[in-house]
Design a protein around this ligand. Sequence first.
Ligand SMILES: N[C@@H](CCC(=O)N[C@@H](CS)C(=O)NCC(=O)O)C(=O)O
Length: 209
Amino acid sequence: MKLYDFKGAPNPRRVRIFLAEKGISVPTQQVDLMAREQHGDEFRAVNPWCTLPVLELDDGTCIREAMAICRYLEATHPEPPLMGTTAIERATIDGWEHKLEIDGLLAVGEVLRNSVDRFAGRALPGPVGHEQIPAMADRGRRRIAYFMDLLNERLGESEHVAGPDFSAADVTALVAVDFAARVEGGIPDGHPNVKRWRETVGARPSAQA
Ligand SMILES: N[C@@H](CCC(=O)N[C@@H](CS)C(=O)NCC(=O)O)C(=O)O
């Protein structure tokens, strides 16, 4: 197996944290997004969607999309379970994970990609160029505020995002909260449950991934 990775990017980090929680070590190949290596012919042969992460299996199969990779790892390395073991746990984790990807990770991406010069003409990842829309950066900031409120409320009723145990939903939430800090400068005041949870999950060795 080989993971195509880029150290500073949030979506590959979701997989790195997942791997660390599973205790799996995988060789990695860095694809420099700053140098636009994701658009080069070599990487397009791996992933024509031009995005990271990608997990390449020994038979040459390339799995794209962070959660698809995690799903594969969960099936091949079931312990410790990070995606639930009962039907209710699986559905609850999937629901929270997906919700926080959309409302958290994508909201931060909306701000950065529509406001930072480096993303001019590249407002969405992928092979097709898109111009920035400044109003979407403003909308993204409002979406981040909603995400923080939602997460704070949830963590007021649950120790971890999808229940008592750490799961894939915490992985996405952690990456989204840290990614949001690039816009907000940290966890905004008035979100004590997020702060409590961030300290807890941040103490796990996987958080360094
Ligand atoms: N939904 C995809 C998102 C992948 C994605 O957008 N990855 C970013 C890095 S965090 C990327 O490859 N960006 C390439 C670019 O900016 O051109 C996933 O879950 O893997």
